[in-house]
Ligand binder design. Structure first.
Ligand code: KG4
Ligand code: ZN
Length: 337
């Protein structure tokens, strides 16, 4: 089954064509980082306008790369939740128009379910059930993946997402947007033990919840007290801040993997591109005896191949969306019970 995937929930306009939820024929991403960089974050109205300009060229490019026509597509999968409402609507209306014109089946995909599907495109995907650590710009969740399209969120962040902690930290340090990439780069040459950050929600919390706002506040206090450092000191501060974020993510993940008795753990979402997190989780897995699966960095950040892969499993189950499919800007994953 050949699926066309469309993603426009935030600041990437992406289209991809994937066969049988496994074989990527085309994977096109138009990023808007330059549009938002000077604001230090995504400006929703500017994002909507950029999506409108990019969406048709991106779909055309994907079809061209795959060497097929719309008529040769078997289904259309689109991110319809959660995300920024204007940007979501651009992808959704485009997908609906294509479904209407071609008569092909349409499904809506939850963006986080899409992130979790990125690793299914790899040669050695995790078996079911497994644990997923989903870390993006807007979400931080631990999810029990019982099957494709059957997920249960065990816990999420109470305040900022891990990506937000990176982005807000980078903004504070004047590093631009998206901040995670900049902090990751600087951290490579820094000393992670140089600055001590409070351990966010350690012994007190044994659940699967996260909190990152305290960390961001301590960075703010540090900068107020010492100013923004330069050179090696900046690299040290970035390395320490990154280590504090990674430490919480790794500790919670290993605790919940143990509690749920899951021996396979995947990490996905933009922050899964972080070199410190990738290394930290692999080390924890080697120590605790769980296997770690992480998509390549380009499939951690927003793309449409993951949306096509997730949609494939829903189409396979016979799911079909009508042309009344709506964009839902905030939609949590299913919780237990
Ligand atoms: O999944 P994604 O592309 O978009 C959302 O669904 O939000 O994630 C974007 C987030 C941003 O917060 C960005 O700073 C972060 O992922 N990110 C990183 C890295 N690359 C992207 N964070 C840490 N290290 C990275 N290398
Ligand atoms: Zn995302």
């Amino acid at each position: 089954m050949r699926v066309l995937g469309l993603e426009s929930s935030c600041d990437e306009t992406a289209a991809a064509i994937v066969d049988d939820g496994r074989v990527v024929l085309a994977d096109i991403v138009a990023s808007q980082h330059e549009v938002h960089a000077k604001y230090g974050g995504v400006v929703p109205e500017l994002a909507s306008r950029a999506h409108i300009l990019n969406v048709v060229p991106v779909v055309r490019a994907a079809l061209e790369r795959a060497g097929c026509s719309l008529a040769e597509i078997d289904g259309i999968s689109v991110t319809n939740a959660p995300g920024l409402s204007g940007p979501l609507l651009v992808g959704l209306q485009t997908a609906k128009a294509m479904a209407w014109v071609t008569g092909k089946p349409l499904v809506g995909v939850h963006h986080l379910e899409g992130h979790m599907a990125a690793v299914y495109l790899e040669p050695d995907p995790p078996p079911m059930p497994h644990l997923a650590l989903v870390v993006s710009g807007g979400h931080t969740s631990l999810v029990r993946v019982n099957d494709h399209a059957e997920v249960v969120e065990l816990g999420a962040t109470r305040d900022d997402a891990a990506g937000e902690a990176f982005d807000k930290g980078a903004k504070l340090l004047g590093l631009g947007y998206p901040g995670g990439v900049m902090i990751d780069k600087l951290a490579q040459t820094g000393d992670p033990t140089a600055v001590r950050f409070p351990k966010a929600m350690t012994a007190a919390s044994t659940g699967a919840e996260f909190s990152f706002s305290g960390l961001k506040t301590s960075l703010l206090h540090h900068v107020r007290a010492h100013g923004i450092p330069e050179g090696q000191a900046l690299a040290d501060l970035c390395a320490s801040y990154q280590a504090a974020i990674v430490e919480v993510l790794v500790r919670k993940t290993r605790r919940i993997a143990q509690r749920e008795r899951l021996a396979h753990v995947q990490v996905c979402g933009g922050v899964a591109a972080n070199s410190g997190l990738r290394a930290g989780l692999r080390a924890a897995g080697a120590e605790d005896g769980f296997r770690v699966y992480i998509p390549p960095p380009a499939r951690c950040t927003d793309n449409a191949a993951m949306i096509a892969a997730a949609g494939y499993h829903r189409l396979l189950r016979g799911e079909r969306a009508g042309l009344d499919l709506d964009a839902v800007p905030s939609l949590a994953l299913p919780r237990p019970g």
